[in-house]
Each structure stands twice: as C-alpha cells, then as structure tokens.
Ligand binder design. Structure first.
Ligand code: GLA
Length: 584
C-alpha cells in the first residue's frame, strides 16, 4: 500500500477495510449498478483492471516478512520508574543495554512509556514532549537511541487521555476527531519503530459497545501506521481492559488483525522506591497464570504479552529472576526488561541474557508452553521447538526445595526406554544419552532443559492437563484454573492420573485409555471408539463443541460436567488444551 499515490489510497480505502497486515473486503461493499449487460460488462472489466493495479502492491506487501516473526525484546521505563524519568534516564538505560551485552542478545527496542508528553496539544493539534523531561525534544532522544544501534519505541493511548492523564490519540470524551493519523505521522518523523497503544479512557458513543469502540480505535491506529512510510511494531493493550469479562476472548481474537503483540491482563507489580525490596514474585506468577491458557491466540508474528520482565529489579530474587525468564521463554512471551539496568547484578544480567534460555523464547515455532502437570507447589511445562527439539521446565512455587525426576513417558513420549540428549539451560550441563531429567529446585526457582529425543521416541502425544478458569477474581496460580477430571468433574489441579488427558488427532479427549463422550445430554467416560459423541471441535474462543450434538462442554464445579448450548464465553465453557499449535 505504501507505494500507491495519494489518490489511489483514497480509492482503495473506500473499497477495503484495513485489518492490520491483511485487507478484507468491507461487508457493506456491493456493486450498485443496475444497467444493461453492456454497461455491467464494462464496469466489471474496469473493476478487474483497477483491482489488479491496486492489489499488486498489496500482494507484494504480503510477501514482506512479518514485523515481529519472533517475540519482541527490549526495555521500557515503566515498571521501574513510572513517571519519574527524564531523557537522561532513558539514555542511561539505553547505554546500559549495550554495555551489559543485553542488546547484543536481542534486547534492542528502547520504549518510553506514559508521562512523556504534556496534557495539551499545540496550536496545530500536535503532541508536545514535556520540555522539562526532554529539553532537546523527542527526536534528539530517538536519534541518540538509534545511534547506539537500537530501536526506538513510544507510548500513546487509544482514548482521550493516557492512563496518567496526558493527551491521548483517541476520540475526545463526548465525541469528536481522533488524532491517530496525525500522531502516527509525528512518530514517524521522530523515527519511532514501536508503538505501545494503551487503552485508558476510550470513549464509546451512545449505543456503541465497549468492545466495538476499542476495536474501532485500534483499527484506526493500525490503518494510520500503515499510512506512514515506516514499519512500526504495534503493541495493543485492548484485551487488558476486558480481562474478567466475557468479551475478553472476543477482543483477544481480533487484536491480531491490527498489531503484533498485545497485553491481555493486569500490570506486573511496579518498583516502589519507598519499599524497594517489597516482594513482587506473586505478580510474576499471576501474569504467568493468566497468560498460560491463551496459547490459541498466538502464532509467529502475533504474541500474547505477559508484561515486563522485572527480574533482577528490587523485590525479585535471583531464583525468581530465573523463574520469570524461564516461564516467559516457555510461553514465547515478549521479553521487555523494565528495571534500572545500571543496578542489575552480574548474576541477574547473566540470567536475563542466558542465550540457551533466550533461544527457547525466540524459537521459530512460537508455541505456548503446555501445562503437563500442576501440583499445589509446582508446574511441569513442555514446549515443542523447531527441528525436533523440546523444552521442559519445572517451576517450584513452594517454599521447600523440590526434587524432580522426569522420564520420557512423563513428557508424552510413548515408547518405553525412550532416550534423549538433554541440556540443563542454567548450568549448561549436557547429557548425550539420558533416560531421565533430574534436579533439585530451590523455592521460587525454575529448572529448564532442552531435549532432543532419539528417533525411536517418535513424536510426543498431545498430552497434558485441560483447564478452565475458576469463576471469580482469583489472582494466583492455584485459584485461577481448575482441571478437567476423568471422574466427570472440574476440580483443583493435582498431579492425579485422572487429570492427564491426550487430545487425539481425531478430536477425542482420552484419559487412562477411556474417552470423554456426550450421550443423551450427559458427559461420561467410555471405551474409546469412533462415534461422533466422542469427538470435540476446539474453537478459537476456547469452546469444546461436541460433534454429535453441537453443544458445548460445560464444567460446573461440584455439579460436574454437562453439555449445554454454547454461550457468550462463560468461564464454565472456555477450555485450554495441551500443545495448542496457535491461531487457526
Ligand atoms: C497502564 C499500562 C502500564 C503503563 C501505564 C502507564 O497501566 O498497563 O503498562 O503503560 O498504564 O500509565
């Protein structure tokens, strides 16, 4: 689209609606002509010629590499500084990225979060960088960041004001003109490479749903970014404003049309200079908990964002730093540091820049980790990597050391005696021919390995727990998800065999050799067979729809499993399956 002239753009935009990197025909667009055959033929022919001319650049654009084929990496000031920063703070951290070697390992985009601008626009409607924080303006900072070989990112908001109350890009409260295109042009003139668009104060007109208002705003910003002659990675915060509502899943299914990554939930705990050592690991675990069941929404180019890496900062121990790195990497989450980089210990820098762990995050398949097993104090995670390799991690959430010994059968490999090469990614210890993974894991630490199974091991079954969210507003791992049990219930997750499921290639859900079936409105376990009553279609929203009766698997805690009419994403009907290959 960028190579088209101004006139052509106007024509194309009237025929098509932008959907991020793709363009879909507008539903409302239909030929109006009711003239005779000759005229219709002429119109058709002209339209075909016009479309050919106009679509050629679009087709070329489709073959361009996506903007974020791997989870984005960088640094952002927010979680450490909030509004307490100046240009100097930003540049000191940019220099630290280079000096510590973190930039060389991939942390390359420096993003300035909220509070950089004034509350009002200038007389031309342009945003104004706060002159006290940025005495030489924003372009000077962007240039300085670029001169270090880094990328430059900035924050704005889809509403009338940012979360901090500064000038937003969106429609003013009560209605009026937005500034998405004007701001995108300004950002491009500064050399912005990455835009985080927050979602505070979004105005919904009378009769317009919140969901529709957010979608219109993010679509408008995406279209504006496509109109400026600069590739800008677009980070969307929209889903975070729908967490705990049934619209959450719908919003999560449209953001990918407009941007490359999105925040889905609550903020990670910020640093408090008045209580610098206040513990923050609970917040790391909470963001991990809500991000983990959302694998179906991500695929290379589009990423769930579990929020900043606060590892190494005040309130996060070295074991907890390792855990956040390992968990974020197992989830293919964006890795955006948000600490005072000049205060990081050498051990923290080494954990944050561990190349082997980073390679799990930056794996080209972009998979979400599968939860193989959850006990009251530990999670066992498994992730398929490119080239026949796999990553395995065990998180110790408890307060006592945890001894683990894992065999290939625990990971879904069926042949008895399956052997594999393994590397412990923290110590670098390599076992060329192992039968098990063993570790003693300190409280709040996470062990992580890469394994390469021998050819005889075959490919692992699609095995793990099947979870649904617990109703209510739980803010911890244990309270957030319930596990589907073959006893015909949803219950607190334990390591029991009855909570271990295999999703077969024909859509059966199998546990201990029996299959889940819907028969006469009841859900029960049967001898596995080929009946449609034992086949479940998994939708993007997270429904498990029975192929026989087209009803949704519904898990009422204590009252057991039923099949019911599929509703508007109630918690009882949204499931997370093992080894989700991502957006379909
Ligand atoms: C929201 C976002 C944070 C940060 C602040 C800035 O809370 O989720 O990441 O951008 O706004 O005000």
């Amino acid at each position: 689209m960028r190579s088209l002239g101004k006139m052509s753009k106007v024509v194309v935009l009237s025929l098509f609606e932008f959907e991020g990197s793709s363009i879909v025909p507008m539903r409302a667009f239909a030929p109006q002509a009711k003239a005779d055959g000759h005229r219709r033929g002429w119109v058709r022919c002209s339209l075909a010629l016009l479309l050919t001319a106009l679509l050629a650049p679009w087709c070329a654009a489709q073959s361009r590499p996506t903007l974020a084929p791997l989870p984005p990496m960088g640094w952002n000031d927010w979680a450490h500084y909030q509004c307490d920063f100046t240009a100097q703070t930003i540049l000191e951290n940019a220099h630290a990225l280079v000096r510590t070697g973190l930039a060389a390992r991939g942390y390359r985009t420096v993003t300035i979060d909220d509070c950089w601008m004034l509350k009002d626009r200038d007389s031309h409607g342009n945003l104004q960088a706060d002159p006290e924080r940025f005495p030489h303006g924003m372009k000077a900072v962007a240039d300085a960041v670029h001169s270090l070989g880094l990328k430059f990112g900035i924050y704005e908001d889809a509403g009338s004001q940012t979360c901090g109350g500064f000038a937003g890009s969106g429609v003013p409260d009560g209605g009026g003109r937005d500034h998405f295109l004007q701001d995108a042009k300004l950002f491009a003139s500064w050399g912005v490479d990455y835009l985080k668009l927050d979602g505070c104060n979004v105005y919904a007109a009378k009769g317009e749903s919140q969901n529709a208002a957010y979608r219109a705003a993010y679509r408008a910003q995406s279209a504006a970014l496509h109109q400026v002659a600069r590739p800008v990675i677009f980070s969307e915060s929209a889903p975070a404003y729908f967490q705990d509502t049934t619209d959450w899943y719908d919003v999560l299914s449209w953001v990918r049309h407009y941007g490359q990554l999105w925040r889905e939930g609550s903020d990670i705990a910020t640093f408090d200079a008045k209580a610098p050592n206040a513990p923050r690991f609970h917040s790391v675990l909470w963001n991990y908990a809500y991000n983990l069941p959302l694998g179906r929404f991500q695929s290379p180019g589009n990423w769930n964002d579990a929020d900043f890496l606060i590892g190494g900062d005040g309130g996060v121990t070295l074991a907890e730093t390792r855990s956040q790195m390992a968990l974020w990497s197992m989830m293919s989450a964006p890795l955006i540091l948000s600490s005072d980089l000049n205060m990081l210990s050498p051990a923290a820098i080494s954990a944050l820049s561990n190349q082997a762990v980073l390679s799990v995050d930056q794996d080209s398949l972009g998979r979400m980790a599968t939860l193989l097993r959850r006990t009251p104090s530990s999670d066992l995670l498994f992730k398929e990597l490119a080239a026949g390799r796999y990553a395995v991690a065990v998180l110790n959430r408890g307060s006592a050391p945890l001894r683990v010994e894992l065999h290939a059968s625990d990971l879904g490999f069926e042949p008895a005696g399956c052997r594999f090469a393994s590397t412990d990614l923290w110590s670098g210890t390599r076992e060329p021919d192992a039968l098990s993974l063993q570790a003693e894991i300190a409280p709040h630490d996470t062990a992580i390995w890469k394994i390469q199974p021998a050819a005889a091991c075959g490919v692992p079954a699609r095995t793990g727990v099947i979870t649904r969210l617990a109703s209510g507003r739980h803010r911890d791992v244990e309270g957030y998800a319930l596990c589907l049990a073959s006893s015909g219930d949803v219950e607190a997750c334990s390591a029991s065999e009855g909570q271990r499921w295999t999703v077969t290639s024909s859509g059966a859900l199998e546990s201990s050799g029996r299959c889940l079936a819907a028969v006469d409105g009841k859900v029960l376990m049967q001898t596995c067979g080929s009946s449609d009553a034992q086949r479940w279609e998994y939708t993007l929203l997270g429904d498990l729809v029975n192929r026989n009766n087209h009803l949704c698997l519904t898990g009422h805690k204590a009252n057991g499993l039923t099949v019911e009419t599929c509703g508007h994403s109630p918690a009882t009907q949204i499931w997370s399956l093992p080894n989700d290959p991502g957006y379909r």
